[in-house]
Design a protein around this ligand. Sequence first.
Ligand SMILES: Nc1nc2c(c(=O)[nH]1)N[C@H]1C(S)=C(S)[C@@H](COP(=O)(O)OP(=O)(O)OC[C@H]3O[C@@H](n4cnc5c(N)ncnc54)[C@H](O)[C@@H]3O)O[C@H]1N2
Ligand code: MOO
Length: 339
Amino acid sequence: MKQIKTVDAVGQVLCHDITQILPGQFKGRKFKKGHVVKEEDIPVLLSLGKDNLYVWEAVEGMIHENDGAIFLKDIAAGENLEFSEIKEGKIDFIAGIDGLLKIDVDTLLKLNSIDDIMMATLHNNFEVKKGTKVAGTRVIPLLIGEEKLEEAKKVVGENKIVSVLPFKPKKVGIVTTGNEIYHKRIVDKFGPVIEGKVGKYNCEIIGQIICPDDKEVIKEAIQKFINKGAELICCTGGMSVDPDDVTPTAIKECGAELVTYGSPILPGAMFLLAYYNEVPIMGIPGCAMYNKTTVFDVILPRLLVNERLNKADIAAYGHGGLCMQCDTCTYPACNFAKI
Ligand SMILES: Nc1nc2c(c(=O)[nH]1)N[C@H]1C(S)=C(S)[C@@H](COP(=O)(O)OP(=O)(O)OC[C@H]3O[C@@H](n4cnc5c(N)ncnc54)[C@H](O)[C@@H]3O)O[C@H]1N2
Ligand code: MOO
């Protein structure tokens, strides 16, 4: 701590709060401990009778909290983010576009394991709107040792911790299976559900093929969509264990690489995901026609940011993968499928 003349204090850091009293109007803190004095503050400080100030002496190797927050922002921020002004040593990260929030959870844990540093985020894979606050970071003390920030930089490396990825609308083919629909015993109710959900992301439906419970016919339908340039294929019906449930076998035999048949998500246990080269094929269980929110809502956004999912990505959903089936669904602002 050192004493300096207020007129020389621009850029200096206040050592303590400074109170202002305006009789009958205001009594309270005008400047906070840690405030960096700006040009426009000088007349105000002088009007408060502060001709001299106690300020921090620059200490070799110590960084002010504001600079610490900027440092953390610079190492952790990925694509499509905007930032708040620094307030009380904290910077907020704000989604710069509508999209899917990606958090590198492992790196975030390593960063938060360093003393005197914090970063808090929304959940990984959360759908966000432009303007949503998605993360905040600061250092804990007023001054932080340079070596802590260097450690943070090392831990983060090239892995950006927070990003927002834009949705890439896809051309979607719908394969609807079931003898009862094919023979017009009942009206198809699944097609409109899929259309509505992919439509929300501006995907284009390039066709719907209604198939009987016949493996070869279903395989042909999938192949037709591949040839037609489908970028996502949604199969419905026949996903469970009845003798007529041949859709999983048809998907497996059409030449696609199977990621999983089965998911630790309820509703959605009978979900299947495969890739025909780059084209994801989803086998969507009947629950997605009935329940408001299911495995389909959880996985679809990730496919629409072109993530290539593997078995471990799906397995990770078990913890939190149980929907509470609330009377009024607030998904994604709830516990369901947060990883
Ligand atoms: N014995 C078992 N039965 C069921 C199991 C199981 O493990 N063992 N799992 C249950 C779970 S979980 C789900 S989810 C559903 C999965 O159903 P599927 O995807 O196999 O669907 P289907 O059996 O073909 O049909 C179920 C039901 O929905 C009607 N349906 C199907 N598609 C349409 C459509 N496009 N439009 C209108 N209605 C449709 C169908 O007629 C059936 O009534 O299975 C549980 N059962
Ligand atoms: O487990 Mo089924 O695939 O949801 O409801």
